[in-house]
Design a protein around this ligand. Sequence first.
Ligand SMILES: [Zn+2]
Length: 407
Amino acid sequence: MSIHTVAPADFTSAGPPLQPGAFPDLAEEREILDSVNLQPLIEAVSKPYAGVGRRPHDRRAIVRAHFMAYLHKTIIGTVTALHWTLLNNATFRAACGFNGRVPSRPTLSRVWTQMAEYPEAVERIMDEIVREAKRIRPDLGEELAVDATPVRSYSDGNRKPRSDPDAEWGMHHKANTKEGFEWVFGYKLHVAADANYDFPIAMKFTPGNANDSPHMIPVIQDAERRLGSFPKSVLGDRGYDSAANSQWVDERGGAPIIHKRKPKSGLHQGEYTTDGIPICECGEVREYLFTNPANGVHHYGRAPDCRSDDEDSLCFITFWVNPQENVRLFGGEVRRGSDEWKQGYKKRWSVERVFSRWKVEGRLNDHRFRQSKTIRLHAMLQMLALQAVILTRMKASAAAPDGELWD
Ligand SMILES: [Zn+2]
């Protein structure tokens, strides 16, 4: 197992040498840890004690320790690092609930491997967190942003045979590179996050070569189940642009705010912009006039840049579109290209902020795991940690409702 492979030298180089008083009191981490009910996971990995031989280590403390590794400010990216921290940091040890004995590294690894067999237990913990957050902030989940991010496998995808048979090469957009993309060997995490609280609600974990678009509906369905309500709008980039996705959101009563891919010709059916706005005979974009509240039909007038002076030409005729004829092109409840649409679309960055928080402050790609189940657990605990952090802040700000959740 890869979780045993770290050399001690690798870890000791990651932090300063031990000094008295070097560790903070972990009050914040304790509070977050105590706000999460880890019981479903603890029960999943606990076997009843038969009363023969040495009493096994308390699974509760071990599960808490594994989760605490995602809350701690220092990157605890391996089981060796976690073991080292438990041995050397009495505050950390006490926060996890150990009294006296610290389990061996193999025991910590074994419990991790067991935990990886019970993703549904982690899902249940997330269910409860979202339910509690929704109780404090009833508008949670009204606007959901979907996106996907790569999760590396700690293995060499070019070597044969592959040490991680489930991982796949995936191409991912990456800003600040010459090509605009990068290849990552591993997996992909598809996430639906609340666009106002930057709160991840639901996730799907797939091999790295999976397309984004087919995972939108399952991840929104999971979010809906957790929230108990369908979002008012679903925000996504052009990776989610499909007639099926837009129609599904529209039929469920939400507004699809999904970026439109450009058709090769630049115009749709020769008469619409990518935002579904009709153009006139001279090829100019018409001016939006109004939407009939009775039937939802949008009316467009003459293009401001129209060059025609023939008042009998089509350029001068009011043009209308019924969005129900093509939700993907015209938008649904929210007219594509309208100010409301643009405002909603901007919020899809929320899920990018969630991902960057995992990358910068978290350890999403700072790990030495390989194989699907293990990395899935790693991704789930990373998400659970952020949910717990936000829930704790929501609880604190419930007394002061205007308080900001993020600095
Ligand atoms: Zn014209």
